[in-house]
Design a protein around this ligand. Structure first.
Ligand SMILES: [Zn+2]
Length: 466
């Protein structure tokens, strides 16, 4: 009887999996365009520029990115020396004098090897550069859209190769007299300043964030920090708001990039959630709630802590009657009817109701990527509904044998990006609270950052009411 049950489970699982894949694709797409379309029904009021930074307009960002990449010093220091001592012109400085530079814009899917072919460069030089030292291999991590500056000497040989890794880092390979290459990573000194922004959402997180002068990178970071608490595709409402303190990176008093968000507050449908970034003395940085709990919520391994596993996860389980492979994409826990079932992680109930052979089912969505399913329940928790936020360990319903179950048990599934994983072995996200030894330092940081955030918000309010 059990087999029939699981046969049905398998087919409904496949059906749902297809749907969930499609849903995931759609959600992914929405996220990719950052949900600009999903709130089109909101009146497109222009969002106020509320950043206390001089507003960095979108065109500024674009110019920043598209600035032509030039080598820091195409003529090397040997040449400078030769200016004062003309008699000592070395072969190398002669080369530098006559270096011809060309820019190569990296295309999608283009490897360094392909770039060497295109520019008729000697592949042996490529090998020498990559293997020059520990840094050499960084040339293999070039990104499409960026540029390589290629310097050729008088004989047409590669003499320099430079790649701007970031606004403040440049990889540089220089041919030595013996034909080998010296590779170095030049880093400019970056000053980190604290910027703040407070944004009321009228259209979407992304659109209003950009209008307030935030970079795409900062908006993505914000969405990532609160991913466990807020579903940015579905939960955002007009007049939701957020305030953040974030790093702005400067070189010689010129803003070149944005860094990390240091503190953030998000008010979503009246619910306030705060996050603080803390870097411990070992250099490990993470986001925590003001009291020191991780913003990334872990899962507990099982929804019924002491229950016995009566049937495991098996993608190749052979059906004893049909003699065919029928996947069992979850774990069965034997437990008597009425045993409480706990949510394995914080999340939002995305489905609650009957589902074919599964009987009474609850599905919880945890952040963007994770979901868990609980089947054959006898009854649901009274005060929850679809859309309810549940905490890890909170009771969501009770064991039963609804649907096609021969005995009372819980069928539990764990999915990442819509793909079923073995709940017993899947590696669960660690979410350690702040370590005891760093707690005092963390609380001091947390208090100071939150005070700054509050201060910023009140000046914003004062400015608006004027
Ligand atoms: Zn099962």
């Amino acid at each position: 009887m059990r087999y029939q049950n699981d046969l049905l489970q398998a087919s409904t699982t496949i059906e749902r999996k297809k749907t969930s894949r499609v849903t995931h694709l759609i959600i992914g797409l929405i996220c990719a365009i950052l949900a600009t379309a999903s709130y089109a029904f909101f009146a497109a009021k222009p969002a106020p520029l509320t950043s206390n930074e001089i507003a960095l307009t979108i065109s500024d960002i674009t110019t920043n990115i598209e600035q032509p990449i030039k080598p820091l010093d195409p003529i090397n220091t040997t040449f400078d020396a030769s200016v004062t001592a003309p008699k000592n012109i070395t072969r190398q400085s002669m080369q530098s004098l006559s270096t011809v530079w060309q820019e190569h814009k990296i295309k999608h899917g283009e490897s360094l090897s392909a770039i060497f072919s295109t520019n008729k460069l000697n592949k042996a030089d490529l090998h020498k550069i990559i293997n020059a030292n520990d840094i050499g291999s960084q040339f293999a991590t070039i990104l499409p859209g960026e540029s390589l500056m290629i310097g050729l000497n008088i004989t047409g040989e590669l003499s320099h190769l430079t790649y701007k890794k970031s606004p403040y880092e440049e990889l540089k390979a220089t041919r030595r007299e013996d034909g080998s290459f010296n590779v170095e990573l030049n880093q400019k000194e970056v000053e980190r300043r604290i910027s703040s922004a407070s944004v009321i959402i009228h259209s979407s997180l992304f659109v209003d964030g950009l209008n307030a002068g935030l970079s795409e990178q900062t908006i993505m970071q914000l969405a990532d920090i609160f991913a466990w608490d807020i579903d940015f595709a579905l939960d955002i409402r007009e007049n939701d708001q957020f305030s953040i303190l974030y790093e702005s990176l400067y070189i010689n008093n010129k803003k070149i990039d944005t860094g990390n968000i240091l503190a953030a507050e998000f008010i979503n449908q009246g619910r306030t959630t705060k996050a603080i970034r803390y870097k411990d003395p070992t250099g490990k940085a993470s986001y925590y709630s003001p009291d020191g709990n991780s913003m990334r919520k872990a899962f507990i391994r099982t929804p019924i802590p002491l229950a016995r596993v009566s049937s495991g996860f098996n993608l190749k389980r052979k059906h004893p009657v049909l003699n065919r492979i029928r996947a069992h994409k979850g774990v069965d826990y034997a437990a008597s009817t009425g045993t409480p079932i706990k949510a394995t992680g914080n999340g939002k109930i995305s489905f609650r109701g009957k589902q074919h052979g599964y009987g009474n089912v609850v599905i919880i969505q945890h952040g963007q990527r994770y979901s868990t399913l609980y089947a054959h329940m006898s009854k649901f928790h009274k005060r929850q509904r679809v859309g309810s936020h549940v905490k890890q360990g909170e009771i969501i319903g009770y064991v039963g044998k609804t649907g096609l179950a021969t005995g009372s048990h819980l069928h539990y599934e764990f999915r990442i990006d819509g793909v079923h994983k073995n709940p017993l072995t899947v590696s669960l996200i660690k979410s350690e609270p702040i370590l005891k030894k760093y707690k005092a330092a963390f609380l001091a940081t947390s208090k100071s950052l939150l005070n700054q955030l509050e201060e910023f918000k009140s000046t914003q309010l004062a400015q608006k009411s004027q």
